[in-house]
Design a binder for this molecule. Sequence first.
Ligand code: GLU
Length: 468
Amino acid sequence: MSFKQMVRTRFAPSPTGFLHIGGARTALFSWAYARKHHGKFILRIEDTDIARSTPEAVQAILDGMAWLGLKEDEGPFYQMQRIYRYKEVIQQMLDAGSAYYCYISPEELEQMRAAQMEAGLKPRYDGTWRPEPGKELPTPPSGVQPVVRFRNPKVGDVAWDDQVKGRIVISNTELDDFIIARADGTPTYNFCVVVDDWDMGITHVIRGDDHVNNTPRQINLLHALGATVPQYAHLSMILGDDGQKLSKRHGAVSVMQYHEEGYLPEAVLNYLARLGWSHGDDEVFSMAQFCEWFDLDHITPSAAQFNTEKLRWLNAHYIKQADLGTLAADVKQRLNAMAIAVTSEQPALEDVIALYRERVHTLVELAESVAYFYRKPLIDEAAKEKHLTPDILPVLNALAAALADTEWSAEAIHAAIDHAVQSNGLKFPKVAMPLRVLITGGAQSPSIDAVMALLGKTEVLTRIGEGL
Ligand code: GLU
């Protein structure tokens, strides 16, 4: 029997903005990978950039994760609460000689870089303060707070088998002795990530490929600490509908904006799952299914392109399947936000939604489509002019009188309209269309008898009466 290490993944956002589509996909893949392997998914807030991190952004990330239902098994951990630990490890590295104090001033560093560039060399720290066997170090200048640098190996390569991109090999000569603690003692980004991945026992780092350049540095640090190096999977970027880098206009917005725009979390999750990962031709699947299928082998190394039409299509699918009570609660809030109250005397939202949900792509469309049940319809004047022609007015008047005595069911209403149609030698739409305009405000609605049955006799007769 072989011992299999438990999978531990993490999502480690920096709270400098919203949880956007790219971040949400990273979170989803990390979460799903842990689910698939019965492991743990850890949420870690990388808030050490105090100039850019805000509590609002932390909250926005937590809200986005909660809306998507990506629940962490451990955390959220905050890096700012772990500073003591980073300092401890820095001291250990200083003691062990894998890190050293560097007293070079920012001005000197700048001059060094300028000179290297002029000589056609790659700008890098020249190792003045790097301890070497037999090397005599300069005397530390007084009054200068040193930074701490990592003693990166000078020779050899650093390599890993990226689970998405394949084998990546970087020569250590490409990497310099980067700073792990600033002059004020605060640890730097790459260092905190490494200590956390190590302490938190992360086995699989799934993240955006904007971090691929950090990985060789992080691996060298892990080696220096004697830590196990996790597997890395760098996800390719997501392009907008237009093939351009995601911008505020398309997708670089908060996932909560998709909520505002009337998308269901199920649709967004299903959509994100297919953004760079595939399982044959399967397009529509539940999260339970996804967690069963998900693997790192079927993540494409090429950029994924956002497709709003597909997201809308999936959303329409999930709206058709959703629990009516859940939809009603959501639509009620949207109507209230439009200053439309929904009272118990009015048609039940569940019934109205059942009539409309096949026809919409978003919950915003759903709320707008059903609004006329709860307030006077906004009459489309062009439709009114087209369908409410003078010749039909007497027919509608007679129909209204007949409806007043009709039992209020869709069938009976249909029969009454049919009678008006037959007895005047007309075609059904000739009567149904003007009725639709008067009752719903426009020329498009589900079957008009069903609408009228739901709206109720009094309201229907009022709307016809007021419109004629
Ligand atoms: N905090 C980093 C970010 O938000 C992610 C770090 C990582 O996943 O290693 O881009």
